[in-house]
Ligand binder design. Structure first.
Ligand code: ADP
Ligand code: MG
Length: 491
């Protein structure tokens, strides 16, 4: 079908009939200078920004066939005159005053040239944005769209939570340009903060600090127990450790520097560690009754009790400040926000290393014999070098020797310790068997590790049988030590 014909039929523009589209022409026509001139003239005569009065009196070409259009154009011209008068009155009213009162609300015609483009940007910016729903998408362009409807002004709220000081009772004047810049800023801020928020929720959930945990942390600061919670010292599989500035408590002194050990509330990792708690007679009964989330609090509680025992025995370890659900606050081992290095990281001279070895040996004996505990994760990663001494941390998994696998855990600890110090070049280190016997007071003799382990397991089984028969803990190595457990701080 003929393109020209279609264009002519569809012309209903109030701004007049468009110029007709020429028929396809040859390359030489396109290159002709005459044609170029002609096109140039056509272009310059085309009304770029239609003005109502110009359009109204454009001449006979104007398409005035639509009565509705005509009425609208007349109404618009009337409004324009009204607004001009209003502007004069507004100017007279305000004079030179620095604070001006806006008559904007009473205006009939609202500028649409600059505003249109701003809205355009808004739209383009956000159409693929998942947070676009936050934005009132129904807002049409500002200005005249149809008398009495679809007229949006800056006084139509765009973000109720953002007070612009304009149009809210006080009719203070805010120029459209400023208003639109502000609006644009608000939308981008809302989108940005939504994105940041989501990212934060996501990442913190991964790092154990979900909103509930944050609330608990915030409450501790609010209660003055902590002054400040600073950066994260470590993110492990089961916990996240933060540095905090100590505050004060009524009944006890709070160290100047503290750590918060937040036990992760994601359950996956803890599943592997059930064996450390479900067979620990201290926690056994409760374990079976608790939901997994509460079991995680038991880890924090377990660490607290174990640390308390160790402190009582004079072992160098963090001092417990307070336990809140799955957050354990304790003293910081280190200085000026710098945690003491792990034995793994620190470069010690041979004398210091030898000294460290004997300290560890003594600590293991105390732990076993005085605290009735086996660390169960003892290695160069859980011992810190601070003020020339070895400090032990991370005792949430520590168990009593009567634990069905307690002696195996002790054997593993001994192996870690002797391997580390042997590699570090300490002379006269005990081999793993001797170390085990020295710590436990047992006298297991075996030619090789498999045999040694077999004897350990036999002992453990013996103990289990004894417990089952008598309902009591057994064998000489097991002594009943330890404070009664507190009830966990349930909701
Ligand atoms: P995880 O179970 O994640 O290994 P840890 O108790 O070992 O938890 O703590 C992780 C890291 O946090 C430690 O290696 C140590 O660097 C640091 N840390 C933990 N507790 C303290 C503390 N009381 N003082 C200083 N640093 C600590
Ligand atoms: Mg650790």
């Amino acid at each position: 079908m003929d393109q020209v014909g279609i264009a002519a039929k569809e012309t209903k523009s109030p701004w007049g009939a468009p110029n007709q589209v020429g028929a396809p022409c040859s390359l030489s026509d396109v290159m002709s200078e005459e044609l170029a001139k002609q096109l140039d003239q056509e272009c310059s005569s085309f009304p770029t920004c239609p003005n109502v009065s110009e359009t109204l009196f454009m001449g006979e070409d104007a398409d005035t066939a639509s009565d509705l259009m005509l009425a609208q154009m007349l109404q618009m011209e009337f409004d324009r005159e009204f607004d001009t008068q209003l502007r004069r009155e507004e100017k007279k009213f305000n004079g030179d005053s620095k604070v001006s009162i806006s008559f904007e609300n009473y205006r009939m015609v609202h500028p649409f040239d600059s505003d249109c483009s701003e809205d355009e940007v808004d739209w383009q910016d956000t159409r693929h944005d998942p947070y676009r729903a936050d934005k009132p998408m129904t807002a049409p362009r500002k200005g005249f769209v149809g008398k009495g409807k679809n007229i949006t002004t800056k006084h139509d709220e765009f973000a109720p939570e953002v007070q612009v000081g304009d149009g809210i009772g006080m009719d203070l004047k805010l120029s459209n340009q400023v208003y639109n810049a502000l609006k644009q800023h608000c939308y981008s801020e809302q989108r940005r903060s939504a994105r940041v928020h989501e990212k934060k929720e996501h990442s913190t959930a991964e790092q154990a600090v979900d909103p509930k945990t944050r609330l608990l942390m915030y409450k501790m600061v609010n209660a003055g127990i902590l002054e400040n919670i600073n950066g994260c010292i470590s993110t492990g599989k089961e916990s996240v450790v933060f540095h905090a500035d100590g505050g004060s408590m009524e009944d006890k002194a709070v160290p100047e520097e503290c750590v918060l050990k937040v036990f992760k509330t994601t359950l996956n990792e803890f599943k592997n560690r059930d064996k450390y708690i479900k067979d620990d007679y201290r926690f056994k009964d409760r374990f079976s009754k608790l939901n997994p989330r509460k079991v995680i609090r038991m880890w924090a509680e377990k660490e607290m009790h174990n640390l308390a025992r160790m402190k009582n025995a004079g072992i160098l370890c963090p001092e417990v400040v307070i336990l809140k659900k799955h957050i354990l606050v304790m003293s910081f081992i280190g200085q000026n926000h710098v945690p003491a290095p792990k034995l793994k990281e620190v470069k010690l001279g041979s004398e210091d290393m030898k000294g460290a070895y004997y300290q560890v040996l003594h600590m293991m004996q105390q732990l076993y014999q005085e605290c009735n505990l086996v660390h169960a994760d003892l290695s160069e990663y859980n011992m810190l070098w601070h003020e020339g001494k070895v400090w032990v941390i991370d005792v949430s998994q520590s168990v009593e020797p009567t634990h069905p696998h307690g002696l195996e855990f002790l054997f593993r600890d001994c192996r870690n310790v002797s391997t580390f110090f042997q590699k570090a070049g300490v002379a006269d280190t005990m081999n793993v068997h001797d170390l085990f016997n020295a710590v436990s007071g047992l006298q297991i003799n075996a030619d090789n590790e498999a045999e040694f382990l077999a004897q350990i397991e036999a002992l453990e089984r013996m103990n289990e049988d004894h417990v089952q028969q008598s309902g009591k803990k057994a064998i000489a190595i097991m002594s009943d030590v330890g404070p009664p457990l507190l009830n966990s701080d349930d909701d």
